[in-house]
Design a protein around this ligand. Structure first.
Ligand code: ADP
Ligand code: ASP
Ligand code: MG
Length: 406
């Protein structure tokens, strides 16, 4: 049985006309002799609408109930789309996360997939042409509904592809591939034919939301070829695959940005062993991801600890830090949500010096202040004020000569 997994994002299923385009892609795959697993997102805007409802109903919505609520978005898409396929006389059925036995941990709102019942899926696939699976959702060992974090349908699709050993996982979206930066904010962005799992991991990790980072982790671990392409055109898109010789080790492959950032400073922390652990252990226990961290030089035995988190974790972080502050005798807790992370990414950086200096000089020339810096072997990240995001991305894209034809 040749299996193809196709995933369609929110803009691809936003109305009947778009779903008809999706249908075209499914029919094409069937013509090519595949059994198809179609993974759908909620219609665009629907997940945000449901999250807003939760906010209106509750000051601190219960995470498990929030998952029951937001998972309905995908349920609507799969039911409607399956109706279209059945009207065509195809053997199709909708499959919700729990029906595909997509088992996750119980980290509601950002659950991780642990297991998928492959036998059950293959059995259903024997009896159907197309399985229309709800993305983004699973269930925990207690059989409660979980969701996989924003953009999680990408991960559902790649995990399913790995489980059933699909030939490929096609991620259909509103752009026709992975670009050197977000084509929606930089008109000079260039589409890449191929990108390695490692570079894609950095792109996704640094905010390029075209693929959720966990989907790339799955793809790399299980060696699933992923093709990012457009629902509305017919090009081949971008192949995400193992690094090979045809991928030049360019110094900088692209620029990513992430506006979903918040900077927190705990002031006047006593500077003694164990302080960082006291601050970050309870955050880790609450599954709050801390990213960039800076500890200032100590003055009179006190120091400031600054770090970044995702904006959605702000309320919970502040609540936890209130307790920590009292316990440590620290000063006030400050936060700033008007910040953005901008990153230059490229495997070629491993063997080149000067990329960081070039990035800092470029930002300085534009009068953009750098609030925090972090580096790894293949990326350099600067936290800047959010209002300078587009300017920073476009100028860095120019300076590193990423545009088409350069
Ligand atoms: P979907 O709803 O189909 O999952 P997303 O909005 O999650 O789509 O992801 C697609 C978007 O990712 C594009 O519209 C684009 O704005 C954004 N994006 C960010 N960085 C990149 C990049 N390097 N290449 C392509 N798209 C990017
Ligand atoms: N509907 C979810 C979201 O908007 C999951 C997804 O689209 O991938 O984040
Ligand atoms: Mg997405």
């Amino acid at each position: 049985m040749r299996i193809l997994v196709q995933k369609f994002g929110g803009t691809s299923v936003r109305n009947l006309e778009c779903m008809q385009q999706v249908e075209r892609k499914v029919l094409h795959a069937l013509d090519e002799g595949y059994k198809v697993i179609t993974v759908l997102s909620a219609m665009s805007g629907e997940t945000d609408r449901l999250l807003e409802l939760a906010r209106q109903w509750s000051r601190r919505p219960d995470p498990a109930e929030k998952d029951v609520l937001v998972a309905t978005g995908e349920q609507v898409s799969v039911a409607l789309f399956t109706m279209l396929l059945k009207d065509r006389g195809l053997k199709a059925r909708s499959v919700l996360g729990f029906q595909a036995a997509i088992t996750t941990d119980d980290a509601y709102c950002k659950a991780r997939i642990h297991e998928i019942d492959t036998d059950r899926l293959l059995e259903m696939l024997e009896a159907h042409d197309v399985l229309v699976v709800a993305g983004f959702q699973g269930c925990d060992p207690d059989r409660r509904i979980t969701t996989l974090g924003r953009g999680g349908s990408d991960t559902s699709a790649v995990a399913l592809a790995a489980a059933v050993k699909a030939e490929r996982c096609d991620i259909y979206t509103d752009v026709d591939g992975v670009y050197t930066t977000d084509p929606n904010i930089c008109s000079k962005a260039r589409k890449m034919k191929k990108i390695s799992y490692d570079v894609m991991l950095e792109f996704a990790g640094m905010g390029a939301k075209v693929l959720q980072i966990r989907s790339v982790e799955f793809a790399k671990k299980f060696n699933v070829p992923v093709q990012v392409r457009s629902t509305f055109t017919d090009g081949p898109g971008t192949l995400v695959t193992k690094e090979d010789d045809t991928m030049e080790a360019v110094m900088v492959s692209g620029i990513a940005y992430d506006k979903d950032q918040c900077r927190i400073t705990v002031r006047q922390v006593p500077d003694r062993p164990g302080i960082a652990a006291a601050i970050f252990t309870p955050l880790a226990a609450a599954k709050i991801l801390v990213d960039m961290i800076i500890q200032n030089a100590s003055l009179d035995g006190k120091t400031d600890m600054t770090f970044t988190i995702c904006r959605g974790d702000l309320d919970q972080t502040l609540e936890i830090l209130e307790g920590v502050k009292a316990e440590l005798g620290a000063g006030e807790v400050l936060y700033d949500t008007q910040v953005c992370k901008v990153s230059a990414i490229g495997v070629g950086m491993r063997n080149h010096s000067g990329v960081a200096a070039k990035m800092f000089t470029t930002l300085k020339k534009e009068n953009i202040n750098i609030l925090m810096i972090s580096t790894s072997e293949i990326k350099i990240t600067c936290l800047i004020e959010e209002k300078y995001t587009e300017l920073a991305v476009r100028t860095l894209h120019d300076v590193f000569e990423l545009a088409a034809g350069q």
